[in-house]
Ligand binder design. Structure first.
Ligand SMILES: Nc1nc2c(c(=O)[nH]1)N[C@H]1C(S)=C(S)[C@@H](COP(=O)(O)O)O[C@H]1N2
Ligand SMILES: [Mo]
Length: 528
């Protein structure tokens, strides 16, 4: 008998063995990670490490193309890469059985290294999911390949016609099926237990009763919301609010065990606060528009919510913090989250009288898990990456000279006030409308400065004043609309906003790196 027909059968079976071993590794790792830390699982750990090491332009590209699905795409990509490598290892193992199994162990080492070097790593136990998963997978691969390359042991009764062809078909089928079924069960059990572990956090959130604010947000003045179809609602619902973060698994923090530590340079009375401590204090409620520095001109990463929280300046003052203008030694406030993210804000901005807060509520609800439950920071006027720490657990007073937080280490600016911007919500780009009055409308923002004017230009015509909705506060965006007498043809609509004090939104087009995109938004539309 020649070897080629057997190879044709064995190669796919080797590949299948590799896939089964990879699947077993992930299932076992998932189950072990329940007892260690869900975030220490190999997919999350390797995914997180990839996110941290991805060059900023690639990350920006991913956000642009996949939006809030970027994490899903990343995890599917990692799974696909793992599957390809597992197939190769399985086929290699047909020839080099020990080397194939050892290859699986190398992946265990990579997964363990990723888990141990995550900023939120809780120590050597974080290596366990990857290590145990890899050992089980290596043993499984070694066993299955053995069935493919060795005859069944003498004496075993078998009617296998391939017997003597050099492999144990029955042993392989039984081993492979048992491995597949067991992995499915183990994986499902792991998923189920992970769900239970976050149950305490879910219950703690359900139990939150937000107190009434001592300083409520002023009622929205009439006229903040235009009735133009398609315009962004003045208040963005929690569901519709954009989400930008690096968390592959949304942290589920139990409010009952949550603590916030405040310490560092110039802190004369370090404090550790509980969630109850925060709720017992006087709460303020404010409408504040948050924007992401990764928002392209005309992009979706901006939203306005009614936040409820504790005034950050008061908490800092009680800890003995003085802003630099009052002689304090720290000019940077570094917030750290439970998942190891770091954000740096100017201490001056946190204490200069604006409504910077440790927020516990969003639009009348406890913070959604995706938006930072139980507590996040909000500082009006600053992009999210230098102000809006979600799942916050630590505030350290330091200096800009001494410490660069996460995004600053990755080419973004140390300080990033939000740039004056505007957006055309309607008409949609490349849409068609009938000649006559077409409503051009959208939002404009210049947080903590205020919007005074929005102008619209049709093609190369003169700038025309748009109608402005009533301003809620200088920290919120402002709607605008312009009834355009549209004539047939293809037209370019361009918009620019002017902030209080007269500075016009810059025409200069820049990308998002390092401190936010700028330029006038425009859309091309066809009028029939
Ligand atoms: N812990 C943590 N907080 C974070 C981030 C993050 O990745 N991790 N991203 C920041 C960025 S870049 C922005 S724009 C805002 C977005 O807040 P949102 O997701 O509630 O809209 O959160 C900020 N806070
Ligand atoms: Mo952001």
């Amino acid at each position: 008998m020649t070897t080629s027909p057997r190879l044709v059968v064995r190669l796919p079976l080797g590949a299948l063995s590799g896939l089964l071993a990879g699947f077993a590794a992930l299932a076992v790792a998932e189950l072990v990670s329940v007892t260690v830390r869900p975030e220490a699982g190999p997919l999350t750990a390797v995914g997180g490490a990839v996110v941290d090491r991805t060059p900023t332009p690639v990350k920006d590209w991913a956000i642009r193309h996949f939006g809030e699905d970027d994490k899903l795409v990343l995890q599917l990509g990692i799974l696909a890469a793992l599957a390809a490598l597992a197939i190769v290892l399985g086929m290699v193992a047909l020839r080099f059985r020990r080397a194939g199994a050892a290859g699986v162990l190398i992946f265990g080492v990579i997964g363990a290294a990723a888990a141990l070097t995550r900023p939120d790593s809780s120590g050597f136990t974080d290596a366990l999911p990857s290590v145990v998963g890899a050992v089980v997978a290596a043993a499984l691969l070694y066993y299955l390949i053995g069935r493919l390359t060795q005859p069944p042991r003498a004496g075993r009764a078998t009617a296998d016609p391939d017997r003597g062809a050099g492999w144990d078909r029955r042993g392989f089928v039984i081993g492979a099926s048992a491995a597949a079924v067991t992995s499915l069960g183990v994986g499902a059990l792991g998923r189920y237990l992970t769900g239970n572990a976050s149950q305490a956090a879910v219950e703690s959130r359900n139990a939150v009763r937000l107190p009434a604010p001592a300083s409520p947000a002023p009622p929205l003045p009439p006229g903040t919301q235009f009735k133009v179809p398609g315009i962004s609602r003045f208040t963005t619902s929690n569901k519709a609010f954009y989400r930008v973060d690096t968390a592959l698994v949304v942290p589920k923090v139990d409010a009952g065990t949550w603590r916030l530590r405040i310490h560092g340079k110039g802190v004369t009375r370090p404090v550790t606060l509980t969630f109850e401590d925060l709720l017992r204090r006087k709460l303020i409620e404010r409408d504040i528009t948050l924007t992401c520095v990764s928002n392209e001109v005309g992009g979706p990463y901006v939203g306005n919510a009614r936040w409820l929280g504790v005034r950050l300046a008061d908490v800092l003052a009680e800890a003995g913090v003085r802003p630099p203008s009052k002689g304090g030694p720290a000019d940077q406030l570094v917030s750290r989250s439970v998942d190891g993210m770091t954000l740096g804000s100017p201490v001056e901005a946190a204490m200069d009288g604006r409504d910077a807060m440790l927020a516990v509520g969003m639009n009348g609800q406890p913070l959604p898990f995706t938006h930072g439950f139980p507590v996040r920071m909000i500082i009006p006027g600053l992009y999210g990456y230098v102000s809006a720490c979600k799942w916050i657990e630590d505030i350290e007073l330091t200096t800009f000279a001494d410490y660069d937080p996460y995004w600053v280490k990755r080419t973004w600016a140390r300080k990033a006030p939000i740039k004056t911007e505007s957006r055309i919500d309607v008409p949609k780009p490349l849409s068609r409308s009938k000649a006559g009055t077409v409503m051009v409308a959208g939002v404009a923002w210049a947080q903590h400065r205020g919007i005074d004017r929005v102008e619209v230009r049709v093609d190369d015509g003169p700038w025309q004043d748009a109608d402005l909705a009533t301003e809620a506060t200088i920290d919120t965006w402002r709607q605008w609309s312009y009834p355009w007498k549209a004539t047939s043809g293809s037209h370019t609509l361009t918009v620019r906003a002017t902030e209080r004090g007269g500075r016009v939104q810059t025409k200069k087009r820049t990308g998002t790196v390092p401190d936010g995109a700028s330029g006038w938004p425009s859309v091309v539309v066809t009028i029939d």
